[in-house]
Design a protein around this ligand. Structure first.
Ligand code: MD3
Ligand code: FE
Length: 214
């Protein structure tokens, strides 16, 4: 294998912290296909605002594709095999999603990345995601990969305990981040999205989060 077979992405990759890689614009040329995929997923399993165990309705609208989907209600946070809204299995992970996840993971040397779920988050103006960790997956070492589409957002990147200071990182259209190694269990969140208009997504920001849940 040639040593520099991943040259196109090397110039734009940035290691935010050990194991956390920002690939600027990695998904740019796939954005249209990814957004079309989101549209088809939402036709089968519509966006919904989930309720937290504490009884608050989340401002982020969510849906999923893959073998399982992330769900939250008064009973807790968990992965479920059937979409509780439709009673049917979640839509399949589109081939374009799987290809991108695989390519981005390979670009930072996570080989054979095979996610079994993609959580799709939709943010309108003012939508935020409060500081949290992703701890509902069986293997908390398996990397997570995120793709940002549409309106930009300010990502809060904290440490391993809630009180650690947070860095602010801008995530724009087409940016991909792979969260692995010691960064996998860091606290993180999204500041309220500013109103705007994006040529491909209008008034929204979308985020795809690929995970190995089971
Ligand atoms: C850092 N989503 O769905 S993706 C989430 O933009 C979530 O919708 C945000 O956090 C969004 O749980 C951020 C970036 C992300 C995802 C998982 C992480 C960052 C992470 C896991 C560990 C550390
Ligand atoms: Fe998260």
């Amino acid at each position: 294998m040639p040593l520099f077979d991943t040259v196109p992405s090397i110039a734009t990759r940035e290691e935010l912290a050990p194991g956390a890689w920002l690939l600027h614009g990695f998904a740019l040329d796939q954005a249209g296909a990814l957004l079309a995929g989101i549209g088809r997923i939402a036709e089968q399993s519509p966006f919904r605002n989930l309720v937290t165990p504490g009884g608050k309705t989340m401002s982020v609208a969510m849906t999923n594709c893959g073998a399982v989907g992330w769900h939250s209600d008064r009973r807790g946070y968990r992965y479920v095999e059937l979409d509780p809204v439709t009673g049917r299995p979640w839509p399949k992970l589109p081939a374009s999603f799987a290809r991108l996840a695989h390519a981005a993971a390979a670009a930072v040397r996570f080989d054979d990345y095979m996610p079994d779920v993609c959580l799709v988050n939709r943010y309108a103006a003012g939508t935020r995601l409060t500081l949290h960790r992703d701890h509902d997956e069986r293997d908390r070492c398996a990397p997570i990969m995120s793709v940002s589409l549409g309106l930009p957002a300010t990502f809060l990147f904290g440490g391993l305990v809630r009180a650690d200071p947070q860095r602010r990182i801008r995530l724009g259209h087409g940016d991909v981040v792979v969260w692995g190694g010691p960064s996998r269990m860091r606290y993180h969140g999204i500041q309220p999205v500013k109103p705007g208009e994006h040529p491909l997504t209008g008034a929204y920001r979308f985020n795809l989060t690929f995970r190995i849940a089971r």
